[in-house]
Design a protein around this ligand. Structure first.
Ligand code: ADP
Length: 589
C-alpha cells in the first residue's frame, strides 16, 4: 500500500468515526427531544380529558370516551386503583395496575415509562396520571365506591424514528459529498506529490550509481521543493568531492606507477593493501596478478624485509635494511619501512630503492685500493730489500753493488710510472684532463709513433709496417694525448707479440671519422677477457705484464682519452692468432 492510499484511508476512517459519533449523538438528542415532546403532549391531553366521563358506571359511555381519545392518536385506558380496567381504547391491550407508570401515578400522582410493545412492535411512550373521580350527579349511588382513578395514555414512537431518518439523510448526504470532494482534491494533490516523491526516489537511486545530474521538478512552493533543492546541492557537492578525490587518486597512482622505487602499504595483519608496479617487478612477481590483499609472507621470503615490516608495525620509526634479489644478476635494494596511522587502522609503508650501482662502485673502490696497495708493495719491498742488503755490507762488494743499485732504480722507475699513471687516471676521472683540441694530422701522428716503436721492434725481431691511404683528413684532437694512446697500443703490440711476428698500423676514414688500427700476430686475448682488459689493473697475465714494466692502467687511460675526443676504442682478438685494436676520432669539422 503506497503513501497515497495510506493517507487517504486514514482520512476516510477519521471522517467515518466523526460521522458515526455525530450520528449517534444527534440520534440520542433527537430521541430524547421526541420523548420529551411526546410526554408533554400526553400530559396536555390527560389534563384535557381527565374530567370525562363523569359517569363511571356507564361502561358503554366509558368505552366510547376512550375510543374518542384514541382518534387523536394516543391509546387511552382508565384503571381503578383496585385494578379494575374501566375503559380501554384498544380492547386487547393488557393494561394492568402493575405497569410501572401506573404504580408511579398511584404513589406520586404522575408516572412515565418507555417500553417496547409487542403488539405494536415498537417503543411506546406511556404516561399515567391519577386523580379522584368527581361524584356523578346522575348516579349518586357510586359515591361510596369512589376510589382513585388512573388515566393512562400511550403514544407509539414510530414517528420519532421516521423524523430522525428524514433529518439524518441530508446530513449523511452532505457528509458523503464533502468526503468525496475532499478525496478528489487530495487525490489530485497526492498524485502530483507522489509523482514528485517518486522522482526524488529515482534521483536517490541514480546517485547510488554515481549519476549526479540534478533532479528537475516544477516548483510547487512546499517542503518537497526544499528537499529537492537540498538533494541537488548534496549531489553537486558529492560530485565535486568525488571528482576531486578521483583526480587526486589518479594523480597519486600515476606517480606511484611511474616510480622506479617499489612502494607498498602493509596492513596491521601484514597483508598487502597497495603496491605499485615497481614493487612487483623487484620481487619478481610480474606474472602474479593481484597481490593486493595477500599476506606479505606469501609474496616474499626476504627475512630482512619481513623483519623491517614487523618493526615498523610495532611503531618503530624509519626502519632501514637491505635485501639482495635475483640469483643470475643479483640486485641490491635498500628497504625503508615506516609506520603509518590512517584513521583507526595501523599499517606500514615499505619503500624499496635500488642501490646495486652504489654497491658495485663501493666494491670497485675497495678493489682499487687493494690493487694499488698490491702494485706498490712489490717494488717497495724490492727497494727496501736491496737497500738493506747494500747497507748490510754489499756496498763493499764491488762485484754486486752496481747491480743492486740498478735494481733499486728499476723499481723506483716503476713506482714513478705507476704513480704517474694513477695521477693521470684520477685527473681524467675527476674531469680535470686538459685537452687542447686542434686539427691533428693522423699521418704525422702515426709516423712519429712508429718511428719510436721501430727502435724497439728491431731488437725483438718484429716487422712493423704502416699502411695509409693517400689522402687522410685531419682529426679534431689533442696531439699529445692521441700520441699517448697510439704509443700505448704499439707498446702492447710489441710486448705481446713473440719474435718473428708482424705489427701493422693502418688508418681509414669513414662516416666523418678516422679509424686507426694496430694489428699484431701476437698471443691474442681470450674472448671473455676482451672487455675486461680496459678495466683498471686488469691483466690477462699479470706476471708477464709486470715483468715487462706494465702497470695495467694503459688501456684504461687510453679508453678515457679516446672517449674525451668523442671516439671509441675497441678490440678484436683470437688467442694464438693476434689482436686488432681500433680507435676512432671525429674528423675536423
Ligand atoms: P699493461 O700495462 O699490462 O699492458 P694495459 O692496460 O695496456 O696494461 O693492458 C691490459 C692487458 O691487456 C695486458 O696486461 C694484456 O694482458 C692485455 N693486452 C693488451 N694489449 C694486448 C695485445 N696486443 N695482445 C695481447 N694482450 C694484450
Amino acid at each position: 500500500m503506497n503513501f497515497f492510499w495510506r493517507s487517504n484511508l486514514a482520512i476516510l476512517a477519521l471522517v467515518l468515526v466523526v460521522l458515526a459519533a455525530g450520528d449517534l449523538y444527534s440520534w440520542r438528542a433527537v430521541g430524547r427531544q421526541a420523548q420529551q415532546a411526546g410526554f408533554e403532549e400526553l400530559a396536555a391531553l390527560a389534563r384535557l380529558v381527565r374530567s370525562h366521563p363523569s359517569d363511571l358506571d356507564d361502561s358503554t359511555a366509558l368505552h366510547h370516551w376512550a375510543a374518542e381519545i384514541a382518534t387523536i392518536g394516543a391509546q387511552a385506558a382508565l384503571v381503578r386503583s383496585d385494578g379494575q380496567i374501566l375503559a380501554d381504547s384498544v380492547p386487547a391491550s393488557n393494561v394492568s395496575v402493575r405497569d410501572p407508570e401506573i404504580q408511579q401515578a398511584l404513589s406520586n400522582g404522575e408516572g412515565r415509562s418507555i417500553r417496547h410493545s409487542n403488539t405494536l412492535d415498537r417503543d411506546v411512550l406511556y404516561y399515567a396520571v391519577s386523580y379522584s373521580p368527581t361524584p356523578s350527579p346522575s348516579s349518586p349511588a357510586s359515591l361510596g365506591t369512589s376510589r382513585a382513578l388512573v388515566l393512562r395514555l400511550a403514544l407509539p414512537l414510530a414517528e420519532v424514528d421516521q423524523q430522525f431518518s428524514a433529518m439524518r439523510r441530508p446530513v449523511w448526504t452532505a457528509f458523503l459529498i464533502l468526503f468525496a470532494s475532499a478525496i478528489a482534491i487530495s487525490l489530485l494533490d497526492l498524485r502530483s506529490t507522489s509523482r514528485r516523491i517518486r522522482s526524488l526516489k529515482e534521483f536517490g537511486a541514480r546517485m547510488v550509481l554515481g549519476d549526479f545530474r540534478p533532479v528537475h521538478a516544477a516548483p510547487a512552493g512546499d517542503s518537497l521543493d526544499e528537499l529537492a533543492r537540498a538533494l541537488n546541492e548534496t549531489a553537486a557537492r558529492l560530485n565535486a568531492s568525488i571528482s576531486m578525490l578521483t583526480d587526486e587518486r589518479n594523480r597519486s597512482s600515476a606517480i606511484l606507477g611511474s616510480m622506479i622505487e617499489g612502494v607498498a602499504v602493509i596492513s596491521g595483519d601484514e597483508r598487502i593493501i597497495f603496491s605499485n608496479r615497481a614493487f612487483s617487478r623487484i620481487l619478481g612477481l610480474d606474472d602474479v596478478r593481484d597481490i593486493e590483499g595477500h599476506p606479505l609472507l606469501e609474496v616474499t621470503r626476504q627475512s630482512d624485509l619481513l623483519a623491517a615490516i614487523k618493526m615498523a608495525l610495532n611503531g618503530q620509526e624509519q626502519v632501514s635494511s637491505e635485501i639482495v634479489v635475483g640469483t643470475v644478476r643479483p640486485r641490491s635494494f635498500a628497504v625503508t619501512a615506516a609506520p603509518v596511522q590512517a584513521s583507526a587502522h595501523k599499517g606500514a609503508v615499505l619503500v624499496l630503492h635500488e642501490i646495486t650501482d652504489l654497491r658495485r662502485l663501493e666494491r670497485v673502490r675497495q678493489d682499487f685500493v687493494a690493487n694499488v696497495s698490491h702494485e706498490f708493495r712489490t717494488p717497495l719491498t724490492a727497494i727496501q730489500g736491496f737497500a738493506e742488503t747494500l747497507l748490510a755490507g754489499a756496498l763493499e762488494d764491488p762485484g754486486n753493488r752496481r747491480r743492486f743499485v740498478e735494481i733499486i732504480r728499476e723499481h723506483a722507475t716503476r713506482l714513478a710510472r705507476l704513480t704517474e699513471d694513477l695521477l693521470k687516471l684520477s685527473r681524467i676521472e675527476a674531469g680535470q684532463l686538459k685537452l687542447e683540441f686542434r686539427p691533428v694530422s693522423v699521418t704525422e701522428l702515426i709516423e712519429s709513433c712508429v718511428e719510436t716503436a721501430q727502435l724497439k721492434a728491431v731488437p725483438r725481431r718484429l716487422a712493423l709496417h704502416v699502411r695509409l691511404p693517400n689522402e687522410l683528413p685531419t682529426v679534431r684532437g689533442d696531439a699529445n694525448s692521441l700520441q699517448e694512446v697510439l704509443q700505448n697500443l704499439l707498446d702492447n703490440a710489441l710486448q705481446y707479440t713473440p719474435a718473428g711476428g708482424k705489427i701493422e698500423v693502418s688508418a681509414v676514414c669513414s662516416d666523418g671519422r678516422v679509424v686507426v688500427t694496430v694489428a699484431d700476430t701476437g698471443i691474442g686475448i681470450p674472448q671473455v677477457e676482451q672487455e675486461r682488459i680496459f678495466e683498471r689493473f686488469y691483466r690477462v697475465d699479470a706476471a708477464r705484464s709486470r715483468e715487462a714494466g706494465g702497470t695495467g692502467l694503459g688501456l684504461s687511460i687510453a679508453r678515457h682519452i679516446v672517449a674525451a675526443h668523442g671516439g671509441r676504442l675497441w678490440v678484436e682478438s683470437a688467442v694464438g692468432e693476434g689482436s686488432r685494436f681500433h680507435f676512432s676520432i671525429p674528423v675536423t669539422p
